[in-house]
Design a binder for this molecule. Structure first.
Ligand code: PLP
Ligand code: COI
Length: 337
């Protein structure tokens, strides 16, 4: 194998040795299979290709300070995948099978797990697709579950340096009663235009307002949004926001640090009141937001003079310390291989 420069990894695909697959046929899931093939051979009328029966997940494995390998909260991803399956009528995979598949694929690709010192990690990407042929708009009768892994570095080239965010009122990623609360591929297709516009204008991420009234804050690209004001951690509650496992964990850590936590509709007008703002997710980890530009008003909201705020720094370091086993795993989040 060509030497990997772990310090130069970005968030991208790298071929690894194995993926894990499991087929759903005749009304039941089969056995997990280890596979070294990168491609899938599927029917051209598969529902994932036409009607968007596609769900995915994202989680990470870390090589800890003690050299041991651990995965962050895989049960939570298993449960969210089950929720996505219910959302787009696909058969649910049990938490046990999901976690066993994660363990199997991480173990089989152990040599791709970045060293502790690099600060990089192994991204785990499960997907579940309808493979059965349909021409009418109906759920498939056959499905495929796959997990591949790839070593990754920071999602934003900024790393922990604050990002610039653009408000996009011209596109919605999810309808108010649509599928925004689940991790269905279609949500991401709907987000591509705004992400591209953002990138062209020099913004690594866009902020979505609620699709119905454009009054509340929804998602921040492929991550949740949070703001911190006067010792309160505030994050949107909305049917079109994906329940982020990172955000859920940060809320726990914020409470541990003595912050008050509020998960509720967040009004647009509050953007001007936060001391700190940030986005969070598996890929994004915790990325402080330096500023948010609103093209409608021409106003730029600036947070902490564009530098990471003290609470964001504390939360980031505490989360990373748990993930890399530098501090005790107080909440039992880490699952050792
Ligand atoms: N919101 C969206 C739209 C996402 O794609 C993600 C990534 O999974 C998140 C939020 C963050 O979720 P998590 O922290 O579980 O990765
Ligand atoms: C994640 O954070 O795991 C995501 O899925 C975000 C993005 C890469 C789609």
């Amino acid at each position: 194998m060509k030497e990997i420069d772990w310090s130069k990894l970005s968030f991208g695909y790298m071929k690894t040795d194995y993926n894990v697959r499991c087929y759903y046929r005749d009304g039941k899931w089969g056995e997990l299979e280890l596979c070294s093939e990168e491609t899938l051979n599927i029917h051209m009328a598969a529902t994932c290709l036409h009607y968007g029966q596609e769900a995915f997940e994202g989680l990470k494995a870390y090589r800890g300070k003690d050299g041991k390998i651990r995965v962050f909260r895989p049960q939570a991803n298993a449960e969210r995948l089950q929720s996505t399956c219910r959302g787009i009528l696909m058969p649910e995979l049990s938490t046990e099978k999901f976690c066993e598949a994660v363990r199997m694929v991480v173990k089989a690709n152990e040599r791709f797990i970045p060293p502790y010192e690099s600060g990089a990690s192994l991204y785990i990407r499960p997907l579940l697709i309808g493979t059965g042929a349909q021409v009418g708009v109906h759920p498939a009768s056959e499905y495929l579950f796959v997990i591949f892994v790839t070593p990754v570095g920071p999602y934003y080239k900024e790393g922990f340096n604050p990002i610039k965010v653009l408000i996009d009122r011209d596109h919605d990623r999810a309808a108010p009663l649509g599928t925004g609360h689940v991790k269905a591929g279609g949500n991401y297709a709907a987000s591509l235009t705004s992400a591209e516009i953002g990138h062209e204008k020099g913004y690594p991420s866009v902020l979505y307002l609620d699709a119905k009234e454009k009054k509340h804050i929804d998602e921040c690209g492929a991550a949740n949004f949070f703001g911190i004001r006067d010792g309160v951690y505030i994050t949107p509650k909305s049917h079109s926001v994906l329940p982020s496992i990172t955000n859920m964990s940060l809320m726990t850590l914020a409470a541990e640090m003595g912050l008050k936590v509020e998960q509720r509709p967040v009004d647009y007008d509050e953007l001007g009141t936060f001391d700190e703002a940030g986005s969070c997710g598996t890929a994004a980890v915790l990325s402080p937001i330096g500023s948010i530009y609103d093209p409608l008003t021409g106003h730029t909201f600036v947070y902490n003079d564009g530098k990471p705020g003290k609470w964001s720094e504390k939360l980031y370091h505490r989360l990373r310390a748990i993930q890399y086993a530098e501090e005790p795993d107080t909440y039992g989040w880490m699952v050792a291989l």
